[in-house]
Ligand binder design. Structure first.
Ligand SMILES: C[S@@+](CC[C@H](N)C(=O)[O-])C[C@H]1O[C@@H](n2cnc3c(N)ncnc32)[C@H](O)[C@@H]1O
Length: 295
């Protein structure tokens, strides 16, 4: 019988992710998925503000990692925000990385190294980075704090970690579920109804998709932001924002549905001056084209 989430180890979840991101339909989704540029806007805004801040403190090209980077979405945005930066794109799935390699070749993008590895093995190896990005990634781990701790050990003196595009626990709410249902296409609506009435549905079910478990439960982002202090990190920024299609992100904040979160984390020992953090916040506030909130 399949294990329940509580019984799963980080190793079990890694295995579920290996299987998931090797499957044809998931990989094809990323291959065919031409998101409108606008839906990356929060990536552009946050990465631009953070890389500008970092580049002021560095005497070398920024060294960044897009960890669990899949088909390279975050890596490509990073290159567009800071063209001089060297990016290492890491993922466990060779098929996801193959999509990224095609994009790199097609657009002749320089200075992106592509590495197939699981996140913990990569972080256990040598190397120091000024920026480590987890895009839609930390919810694929049993203990996001353990992952962030390993990442913190790889940071350079002024280095920071960005987590982006992870779900908060708002995704569990009926309000969010209802809005998602309204916004879905008719085929998707049918699937959702079917799932709702299936005896095997729900996050507490033993057959539940382990790789995606925390997409449905959400992450308690406030607790995470408190928890990072115990592993030598401090939140410079903590945002909640409404990820999704362009028209939805305009509406969601008015319905209390800033359901995704992003953290920018620095080393606690490296006190970033308040004026620098304020500027970071203002830059992001000025450029973001939809409502969001700082926590
Ligand atoms: C939701 S996708 C996000 C991909 C990409 N970061 C993005 O924003 O489009 C999650 C990715 O995490 C990768 N992944 C999951 N667990 C991993 C692990 N333990 N080590 C490395 N990659 C992992 C998967 O292969 C997949 O590509």
């Amino acid at each position: 019988m399949a294990k329940r989430w509580e019984e799963c180890t980080e190793e079990d979840i890694l295995q579920a992710n290996i299987e998931k991101y090797d499957s044809e339909h998931i990989v094809n989704f990323y291959k065919d998925f031409e998101e409108p540029r606008y839906s990356y806007i929060e990536y552009n805004v946050i990465f631009k503000a953070v890389t500008d801040m970092l580049e002021k403190t560095l005497d070398h090209s920024l060294r960044a990692v897009d960890l669990c980077g899949g088909a390279g979405k975050a890596a490509f945005v990073l290159k567009s925000c800071a063209p001089e930066c060297k990016v290492t794109l890491v993922d466990l799935s060779e098929k996801m990385l193959a999509i990224a390699r095609e994009m790199i070749a097609k657009n002749n993008i320089q200075e992106i190294d592509v590495v197939q590895a699981d996140a913990f093995s990569f972080l256990d190896s040598e190397g120091e980075y000024d920026l480590i990005v987890f895009s839609s990634a930390i919810h694929h781990f049993k203990e996001p704090l353990g992952l962030l701790k390993s990442a913190a050990d790889r940071l350079s003196e002024n280095g920071v970690i960005i987590t982006i595009a992870d779900p908060t626990t708002i995704t569990k709410s009926r309000r969010y579920q209802f809005f998602r249902f309204l916004a879905a296409g008719s085929e998707h609506k049918k699937q959702m109804i079917k799932q709702m009435f299936s005896p095997n549905s729900g996050a507490n079910n033993a057959d539940f998709d382990m790789a995606e478990y925390q997409t449905y439960t959400g992450i308690d982002d406030r607790e995470l932001a408190r928890g990072v202090r115990d592993i030598g990190l401090s939140p410079l920024l903590h945002l909640r924002y409404p990820a999704g299609e362009p028209y939805m992100v305009k509406i969601m904040p008015y319905l209390g549905l800033c359901w995704a979160f992003s953290l920018v984390l620095g080393k606690s020992e490296n006190r970033v001056p308040a004026a620098v953090v304020d500027k970071l916040k203002q830059d992001i506030r000025r450029e973001m084209p939809f409502r969001f909130k700082y926590i």
